[in-house]
Design a binder for this molecule. Structure first.
Ligand SMILES: Nc1ncnc2c1ncn2[C@@H]1O[C@H](COP(=O)(O)OP(=O)(O)OP(=O)(O)O)[C@@H](O)[C@H]1O
Ligand SMILES: [Mg+2]
Length: 356
């Protein structure tokens, strides 16, 4: 899928901007604080219902306005689709192909956007929550039943945690059964997905940097899955969970780790290495999406050059140019090596966008 039109109103310093993006590569340049990342936030907002820099109510709405508005048109299998979102921070209204939408998840399912922003190295060196979200984004898009299992598990977990706080043991078994059934399905799907992602990951990593060597993903389900069924793990954890006041085992504690021969166990990657690895993970996920769904997600790359030496910037650019995806990338300067490329350049100055 690729955006054919983007209109943004009252998002940070962008008061009113409209662009007709290129189907492949879009390079957004401008000085610090001009509003480049804000344009990417607009696309992210449509796809996720929030910004990658916090909640809508935390400063996303331009001063002097009561709501941010984003409108996009995109081409999908030769069909033109459109979506709009108006968000006040407390309330929102959305439309998809002219019809009102009552769940933000409906927009998320329709507009698939992968975002790499300066905080995305957290995929490698941040909390397990970031890594679970990465897996679940992919499964939400490629595995139609995943969301219902996840909702069922989340409801069971909420109830079990409430009972643990109240010290009420008698109702635990019913909710644990719900959690166990849904949780095993979630874990099965996550494990399979990690395996499928691993297949494309090393090739993507070596295209970005041969130094990274083969990469391997190791999945951890959130309980001692090799020894126990989830139902038994929950039962065994009861005493500890009553003491803790929350559920200490289960898919909500799942994690994965990336192994590279570049940094032995116990050592950490450099910032640039973490960025390259996180990029490889995200691009492998996009490629998996494309193969499964038959269309590519939109890729947002904020601050393209940050942390990367010139050689790695060039490699990344080559990888992006070789993909069939639509890419929006930002930087204070246009990257070198685009002289013969077919792309669109946009220049942002104090929230005003013009074709470069
Ligand atoms: N997290 C934030 N909360 C509130 N305002 C922000 C936040 N981030 C940026 N802004 C404001 O939004 C405006 C546009 O900033 P934006 O980050 O989009 O610029 P940019 O062109 O991406 O700059 P840079 O080159 O520094 O990344 C600026 O006025 C900035 O002060
Ligand atoms: Mg920026």
């Amino acid at each position: 899928m690729h955006l054919t039109r983007l209109r943004v109103r009252d998002l940070r310093c962008v008061i009113d901007a409209e662009i007709e993006p290129h189907a492949r590569l879009n390079v957004i340049t401008g000085l610090n604080g001009a509003g480049k990342s804000s344009l990417l936030e607009a696309i992210h907002l449509i796809a996720y219902g929030r910004s990658f820099r916090g909640r809508v109510r935390d400063g996303l709405i331009g001063s002097g306005s009561s709501a941010v508005e984003v409108f996009v048109e995109w081409a999908e299998r030769n069909r033109l689709r459109r979506a709009g979102l108006r968000h006040t921070g407390a309330r929102w209204e959305a439309r998809l192909d002219g019809e009102p939408v009552d769940l933000l998840g409906t927009l998320s399912a329709a507009v698939a956007v992968l975002t790499f922003e300066p905080g995305s190295h957290a995929l490698i060196d941040g909390s397990s929550e970031v890594r679970r979200r990465y897996l679940d984004w992919g499964l939400f898009h490629v595995e139609p039943s995943f969301l219902s299992h996840w909702r069922r598990y989340a409801r069971g977990l909420k109830q079990r945690n409430a009972l643990l706080k109240q010290g009420a043991a008698n109702q635990l078994p019913a909710w644990e059964m719900e959690m166990a059934e849904a949780g095993e399905r979630i874990t099965e799907a996550r494990r399979r997905y990690v395996g499928e992602l691993s297949l494309g990951l090393s090739a993507m990593a070596s295209a970005l940097s041969p130094d990274l060597g083969p990469l391997a993903l190791e999945f951890a389900s959130g309980w001692k899955e090799q020894d126990l069924a989830l139902a038994d793990a929950l039962l065994l954890a009861r005493d500890r969970d009553f003491a803790a006041g929350f559920t200490t085992v289960g898919p909500h504690r799942a994690n994965w780790r990336l192994h590279s021969s570049l940094w032995p166990a116990g050592e950490a990657p450099s910032r640039g290495q973490a960025k390259l690895c996180a990029l490889a993970c995200l691009l492998a996920q996009g490629e998996h999406f494309r193969k499964t769904r038959g269309e590519a997600p939109i890729f947002l790359l904020d601050d393209f050059a940050a942390e990367l030496d010139r050689r790695h910037q060039q490699r990344l650019l080559e990888v992006l140019r070789g993909e069939v995806w639509q890419v929006f990338m930002t930087g204070t300067e246009s990257p070198q090596g685009l002289e013969d490329a077919d792309f669109a350049g946009f220049h942002v100055e104090r929230g005003h966008v013009r074709t470069a």
